[in-house]
Design a protein around this ligand. Structure first.
Ligand SMILES: C[C@](O)(CO)[C@H](O)COP(=O)(O)OP(=O)(O)OC[C@H]1O[C@@H](n2ccc(N)nc2=O)[C@H](O)[C@@H]1O
Ligand SMILES: Nc1ncnc2c1ncn2[C@@H]1O[C@H](COP(=O)(O)OP(=O)(O)OP(=O)(O)O)[C@@H](O)[C@H]1O
Length: 304
């Protein structure tokens, strides 16, 4: 993992996640949807720097990197930022201010289904735990993580050594699914987004009676080595295309152009292709850069 700790400063990689398989069940009484998903964390991600300070208050600097593949403004208030909220949550939990100067350098586009905000929150929980020697375990951090968002618990597990896992419940149950070798893939980042709530609502519209959680299909996928490029599946892909018709058009055009299966991660709008090797991933990314206005990123799953 790309983390480095000293007594006063810590730098953490906040990995993007991809759902290599995502099955969704009918909504529960609380309206949330049970999921079964094979999630993996990637070498592509944001970077969080935390510095201990003797100042009375914490400071947060949050900005997209100049070299981010899809540079964006930060268009949400600090109080709604998931990393800031994770900091407040942990400080309340341990009853200490955990005062830091925090610098969050973003590369993962928001609203892409790549869990950007969730990863920033997970890195904040894990990073503060290390920086202040809080000695909290995964069992302590997981329930806190789950209150922040559905993907935060997996990303905490990814940072603690399980970057490939089967995720169930509404994201809070994590079973490691170790991989013998990294999986190469190309992320394709479009200039539009998909809001998660409306995508789940479109799923209900499309499946009023027949939603079924295919846990066995999801669990079978990580046992295939190498992963066949057409194996990933996502029950939210069709609902995401209904919410964001530009996504359906992009998938159709890319499938035609590359003659490769193009998949959607999470609730979209980011897409991905499974590559055979790092060179294959870079070649596909170069083709996309030459021929489309979309931003491709050749990346890999994080090693165990
Ligand atoms: C699509 C996934 O990324 C798969 O990994 C997650 O299930 C969604 O994770 P997320 O973006 O962090 O979503 P959250 O912020 O937790 O939820 C946003 C909204 O999506 C809907 N939602 C979310 C998760 C879930 N299991 N069922 C839902 O119906 C709810 O309306 C919720 O208010
Ligand atoms: N640190 C953050 N980074 C990105 N978005 C954040 C952050 N904190 C709060 N948000 C809010 O969350 C929204 C979506 O965040 P995020 O990047 O996690 O979406 P996503 O990749 O679609 O998530 P998921 O994969 O979990 O569906 C943003 O539009 C923004 O309003």
């Amino acid at each position: 993992m790309t983390s480095h700790a000293t007594a006063t400063e810590l730098v953490r990689h906040c990995p993007a996640k991809v759902n290599l398989a995502l099955s969704v069940g009918p909504p529960r009484a609380d309206r949330l949807h049970p999921i079964a998903s094979w999630m993996v964390a990637l070498t592509f991600g944001d970077q969080l720097t935390l510095r201990r300070t003797n100042q009375p208050d914490s400071t947060w600097r949050i900005a997209f990197a100049d070299d981010a593949p899809v540079p964006q403004p930060i268009d949400w208030p600090l109080e709604r930022d998931l990393a800031y909220r994770a900091h407040r949550l942990l400080a309340d939990h341990v009853g200490q201010p955990l005062t830091v100067d925090a610098d969050l350098c973003k590369r993962i586009p928001a609203g892409a289904g790549l869990g950007g905000g969730s990863s920033d929150a997970a890195a904040t929980l894990v990073g503060l735990n290390d920086l202040f020697n809080l000695n909290l375990t995964a069992n302590d951090l997981t329930p806190l993580a789950a209150t922040l968002g559905s993907d935060v618990a997996f990303l905490v597990a990814a940072m603690l050594g399980s970057p490939s896992a089967i995720v169930t419940g509404v994201g809070e149950h994590i079973t490691p699914a170790p991989q013998p070798a990294p999986i190469d893939l190309v992320l394709i980042l479009p200039p539009f987004t998909c809001p998660t709530g409306p995508v789940y609502a479109a799923f209900d519209e499309q499946h009023p009676h027949d939603a079924a959680l295919r846990s066995n299909d999801v669990q079978a996928l990580p046992t295939q080595h190498p992963l066949p490029p057409d194996a990933p599946f996502n029950d939210l892909a069709a609902p995401a295309c209904q919410v964001q018709p530009q996504l359906a058009e992009a998938i159709a055009n890319l499938t035609d152009m590359l003659d490769q299966p193009v998949h959607v991660t999470g609730s979209g709008a980011a897409m991905f292709i499974i590559a055979h090797t790092p060179t294959h991933a870079r070649d596909l990314a170069a083709t996309l850069t030459r021929s489309t206005p979309l931003a491709p990123v050749a990346t890999q799953t994080l090693p165990q």
